[in-house]
Design a binder for this molecule. Structure first.
Ligand SMILES: [Cu+2]
Length: 198
């Protein structure tokens, strides 16, 4: 059991390290970190609701979606001017060599956030049965249970490279499915364009 405790301490220290690195940022690097942090907080904040652990509130989903929308697309890409990698930033230099792909992921996040706002009124899959288990259920179509692995932001990138559904598709889509697509777009970009947090 001592090993478990030790591992937990190490994990805590590395999170603290990331926060410290953030506090050293200035200018456009600080601006994009602040925007990313706001989205990260947003994801954490509504994840329990998306898993059916707290009461579903479409208004909160729409507020989250709108916040993400404001930080995505061009609002995001303009905060990554050339030559702004290097400490304290953990942005990878391939942002500027694979710029089209980076921009496409930022644009995809924007469309998905708009889709999530539409999907908000649909509630959770299977009527929000209240158990996280509902999401593990019988529909592997959206990439299976990757989101349930904890830390959806750090997870795999099952959706990487996939196309964004048309706006009409979201009017039929459960909100948690749309939310999962949003968070997997975060992961897809981080996997490719952000130095792995150790
Ligand atoms: Cu930071």
């Amino acid at each position: 059991m001592k090993i478990t405790v030790f591992a937990a301490v190490v994990a805590t220290v590395s999170i603290a390290g990331a926060v410290w690195a953030h506090s050293g940022a200035t200018g456009v690097v600080k601006q994009r970190m602040d925007a990313m942090m706001a989205m990260g907080k947003g994801v954490k904040g509504i994840t329990p609701m998306m898993r059916g652990k707290t009461a579903y509130d479409p208004e909160r989903v729409r507020a989250f979606a709108e916040m993400v929308r404001q930080h995505s697309g061009e609002a995001m890409t303009k905060l990554f001017p050339e030559g702004t990698d290097g400490a304290p930033s953990v942005a990878k230099p391939n942002i500027w060599t694979d710029r089209d792909e980076f921009n496409a992921l930022a644009a995809q996040l924007e469309s998905l956030s708009e889709g999530l706002a539409i999907a908000a009124e649909n509630g959770l899959k299977q009527g929000g049965g209240g158990q996280g288990a509902t999401m593990m259920g019988t529909q592997p179509a959206m990439g299976g249970g990757s989101m349930m692995g904890g830390g959806s932001m750090m997870g795999g990138s099952a959706m990487s490279g996939s196309a964004t559904p048309a706006p009409e598709a979201f009017s039929e889509m459960p909100a948690d499915v749309a939310f999962m697509m949003v968070s997997q777009t975060c992961s897809a970009c981080h996997t490719k364009f952000r130095v792995e947090a150790k």
